[in-house]
Design a binder for this molecule. Structure first.
Ligand code: CP
Length: 311
């Protein structure tokens, strides 16, 4: 595999290979091995046209832990503000010898364009494109679920995963449904009708408008951020009403099975889709998701760049 553009690009075996590699890399990190050598002499460019905290920092940490050279590009403060195109930006990166480009862009499909237009010769990793996909988020979420709910190995067969909230604007939801289906989990999406995309019935998962009916039986519940910055209309009457119908609060959390975990890709709107006491509770694996993101992104870079040295 040269690029990672969509969670749908991954077969079950490839997804499990990434999760297994991430587990090995996490073990090496826990043992205090420090920097690993496989990507010495390689250059990874983080090309971010849209804001990010977790994804950008974890790709940078991942590349550096594998001894790659890292170039961070942010559209803010670059020649993009003078009108430079994606093509000319890409040709500039190619001239600098990028072996892999990690791209986040507000336009759905931008990573595909970069990978397929012939502007660059290196691998392309989609770090979130518009409302389309965020495949490495889905991988780190699957890794986190596997660690807590599936003994840390194999697939996610028959796990029940409930994804709640602003599915319409969520690249995380789409990538998660694709990957969780590949790994054998059963997914239920819960949202108000206004925040479900057209054609969601074809995604291969259950859909419900009722969170209270969807708590029992969930092994993992993933709350999605309400993406106000992508909303150009009123999708729900008030924040209070959204929160009371679709927010995860303590009383709802206490109705989950004892083993169930609470997830959120971040950044969170505390008090909106998730209450602060739930976000900070023992059930919450939100901070752990961030830590797992580094190991998973190390695995993706390692496998894409064809590291030849042993881990
Ligand atoms: N989950 C996620 O993509 O977070 P950032 O926007 O901070 O990268």
């Amino acid at each position: 595999m040269k690029h990672l553009l969509s969670a749908a690009d991954l077969t079950k075996d490839q997804a499990i290979q990434i999760l297994d590699t991430a587990k090995e890399l996490a073990a090496a990190t826990e043992q205090g091995v420090g920097k690993l050598p496989p990507l010495r002499g390689r250059t990874v460019v983080n090309l971010f046209f849209e804001d990010s905290t977790r994804t950008r920092m974890s790709f940078e940490a991942a590349a550096k832990r594998l001894s790659a050279d890292v170039i961070n590009f942010s559209a803010k403060g670059s020649s993009v503000s003078k009108g430079e195109s994606l093509k000319d930006t890409a040709l500039t990166l190619e001239a600098m010898g990028a072996d892999a480009v990690v791209i986040r862009h507000n336009s759905s499909g931008a990573p595909h364009r970069l990978a397929n237009a012939g502007w660059i010769s290196g691998g392309v990793v989609n770090a979130g494109d518009g409302t389309h996909e965020h495949p490495t988020q889905a991988l780190l979420d699957a890794y986190t679920m596997r660690q807590h709910l599936a003994g840390g190995e194999g697939d996610l067969k028959d796990l029940n995963v409930t994804i709640v909230g602003d599915v319409l604007h969520s690249r995380v939801a789409r990538s998660n449904v694709l990957l969780l289906n590949t790994l054998g989990a059963k997914v239920r999406l819960v949202a108000p009708p206004t925040l479900l995309p057209y054609g969601v019935e074809s995604w291969g998962c259950d859909v419900s408008y009722d969170l209270d009916d969807s708590l029992e039986g969930a092994d993992a519940i993933m709350m999605l951020r309400v993406q106000r910055e992508r909303m150009n209309a009123a999708y729900f009457p008030t924040a209070h009403e959204y929160s009371s119908r679709y927010g995860l609060n303590l009383s709802r959390m206490n109705r989950l099975a004892e083993h169930a975990i609470v997830m959120h890709p971040g950044p969170m709107n505390r008090g909106m889709e998730i209450s602060a006491d739930v976000a900070d509770s023992k059930r919450s694996v939100i901070v752990e998701q961030v830590a797992n993101g580094v190991s998973v992104r190390m695995a993706v870079l390692y496998l894409l760049l064809g590291g030849t040295e042993s881990i």
